[in-house]
Design a protein around this ligand. Structure first.
Ligand code: SF4
Length: 340
């Protein structure tokens, strides 16, 4: 659970019930500083005089504000729109895609005006009728660690559960989903769990849930009738990688119920990095031993004009063969969305 060291309330945020509940929960707690009615840049209240400490202080900061511009960002190709419930994440994964997106003090921000956000979602749904509109809840965050404070996922899932012409999805590396299990989702929300081997999680995914807890949460979501998916990303090649990934898939497969309402989906992404990401990672995690030796990788131009360092073809083919065989052998009711 996310216990922030400081909570910054933006001006007017306390007009909302969600903010008041958070304020009352933390009021007087010695370990959490409350900074109230802030207007202007919240970053000035977050300490740190170099990127290393700014990153860590940012990660321990919760900002409560409102989503003022109700224009949702598009979210191609995975959804039509981002649903802006939360931005940022308490996790400290060394290769997180957010490391280059959220600036030098990557605080977690929650939007207290959830009712306005869902009203706006309804407008977007109406605009696309009779087509179904898909919303992504984790485009710039992991929304699960703050769910005990916001209940925003619960509200969103119930909202989309009542809506025939919309769907919702989010991905998480956390397991605290119990409050989402017994609610009316009607199969309209897909929960994806980002899983990996214990070796990878312990080495690179700091302050996230363990391998076993994530597996357990995935099973719970599937048993609660949610369309459920597993994202294995990033896949690393290291001594015993095949044995570890085999055991991970074996354990997950043996625990998933046979009578799933929906095929379980898999997305497999091998490790890759850009030069910008590598430089940022090495500033924030100077002792990182992430495999980022350019000479051992293949440079591949991406669609947005910058290139990535991916594993060479022979490794990629080995990863593809391995996961295709494993998943085909271990899972009957499944869909492999991609292995890259
Ligand atoms: Fe980034 Fe996800 Fe790790 Fe959070 S849990 S730091 S969003 S990779």
């Amino acid at each position: 659970m996310f216990i922030p060291e400081r909570i910054i309330f933006e001006k007017s945020a306390l007009e909302y019930e969600m903010s008041q509940n958070i304020f009352n929960k933390f009021k007087g707690k010695a370990d959490t500083e409350i900074i109230d009615s802030v207007s202007g840049r919240v970053k000035q209240y977050i300490p740190g005089d170099n990127l290393f400490s700014q990153y860590r202080e940012g990660k321990k900061t919760l900002v409560i504000g409102t989503k003022k511009s109700l224009k949702f960002q598009s979210c191609k190709p995975s959804a039509h729109y981002q649903l802006p419930l939360v931005s940022g994440c308490m996790g400290q994964c060394e290769y997180c895609y957010l490391n280059t997106q959220l600036g030098d003090k990557p605080f977690v921000k929650i939007h207290a005006n959830i009712d306005d956000i869902l009203k706006q979602a309804q407008k977007y749904i109406n605009e696309r009728l009779p087509e179904i509109t898909l919303f992504e809840g984790a485009a710039t965050s992991d929304p699960v660690p703050v769910e005990p404070y916001t209940h925003s996922l619960k509200k969103a899932i119930e909202f989309f559960g009542k809506s025939e012409k919309s769907r919702f999805r989010f991905v998480t590396k956390y397991n605290d989903i119990d409050t989402l299990l017994n609610i009316q989702h009607n199969g309209h929300t897909e929960i994806r769990f980002s899983i990996n081997t214990a070796f990878v999680i312990n080495k690179y995914e700091h302050h996230t849930s363990s391998r076993n807890n994530r597996i357990e949460a995935g099973i719970k979501a599937a048993k609660a009738g949610y369309p459920t998916g597993f994202l294995i990303a990033p896949v690393f090649i290291y001594p015993n990688w095949k044995e570890d990934y085999h055991n991970l898939l074996l354990e997950l497969g043996s625990k998933l119920p046979d009578n799933l309402s929906y095929p379980v989906t898999f997305e497999i992404i091998s490790h890759r990095y850009t030069t910008i990401a590598k430089n940022r990672i090495l500033e924030v995690f100077p002792d990182s031993d992430l495999p980022m030796n350019d000479e051992e990788r293949k440079f591949k131009y991406g669609q947005f004009g910058y290139g990535k360092y991916v594993y060479p073809n022979e490794n990629i083919n080995e990863i593809k063969d391995f996961f295709t065989k494993e998943l085909d052998g271990l899972y009957k009711n499944k869909k492999i969305l991609y292995i890259i």
